[in-house]
Design a protein around this ligand. Structure first.
Ligand code: CTP
Ligand code: CA
Length: 225
């Protein structure tokens, strides 16, 4: 066997991974964001590169170093992320949306710093476009599309709904309320949901989980041929 090839099952494949949070400006000094660290997405990007893939990482603001060999497109807002992902989506074999995309953006960003004059402050928010949904709408026959789901209740039910609604091949459902799972840590606890299967995983490092996710997606692609 060609040893190099045997260890590079994703050689020749193009993979787009999104990671991290997004930031929605309120005024020149403030923004709305979430607790995503980007670790899961960065781990997937690194694992995909190690398996031979041509990896593009679209990343919201994180404190992480871009792994060796990976092209990283830095974005700030959900709108920026939408634009750069949609632009490169059609060339990709696998798209993995691990970013925690902000659901709402401030309707009118103030030009000047908002002063604390009143006792209460109301911000009008507008729903952002759902990138994964749009990718599902445009999905090509040979493309593999993977999303994540963050839930604090009815995890499986909500994740299955997202799988259908967003036309994904797999949803990695995060047990946000379980110890060792979620946004900031180095470990995760997930259930992977595909059209035909539900795979439960116990506590795992994000590095290890990255390989499991990619292997599961490769299996799904293999079953199509
Ligand atoms: N997602 C996206 N674009 C958005 C919001 C979410 O692409 N504007 C993607 C996320 O990257 C993730 C998946 O959709 O892969 C599910 O995100 P999640 O926040 O769990 O679900 P939502 O569909 O946003 O619904 P809700 O937050 O109300 O549960
Ligand atoms: Ca959301």
């Amino acid at each position: 066997i060609d040893f190099a090839l045997a260890n590079k099952p994703l050689l020749g494949k193009k993979i787009l991974v999104s990671a991290g949070p997004t930031q929605e400006s309120i005024d020149p000094v403030r923004y709305i964001t979430n607790h995503s660290s980007g670790k899961m997405g960065y781990a997937i990007a690194k694992a995909a590169f190690c398996l031979g893939a041509d990896v593009t990482l679209v990343s919201g603001p994180t404190h992480l170093k871009v792994p060796y060999g990976i092209t990283c497109i830095d974005v700030i807002s959900a709108k920026d992320m939408y634009e750069s992902i949609i632009e490169s989506a059609s060339h990709q074999d696998y798209i993995i949306m691990s970013a925690a995309v902000g659901d709402y953006a401030v309707q009118e960003i103030a030009d000047e710093k908002i002063k604390k004059n009143d006792e209460t402050l109301t911000l009008d928010l507008q729903k952002n476009k759902d990138i994964l949904y749009e990718l599902g709408q445009r999905k090509q026959a040979n493309q593999v599309l993977c999303g994540f789901a963050m839930e604090t209740s009815d995890l499986i039910l909500h994740a299955k709904e997202k799988l259908e609604k967003k036309n994904c091949d797999m949803i990695v459902a995060n047990h946000l309320k379980t110890a060792g799972a979620g946004f900031q840590g180095d470990t995760n606890v997930v259930t992977m949901i595909t059209q035909d299967d539900m795979l439960d995983y116990g506590l795992m490092s994000k590095e290890e989980l990255a390989y499991v996710i990619l292997e599961t997606l490769m299996d799904l692609e293999g079953q199509r041929c």
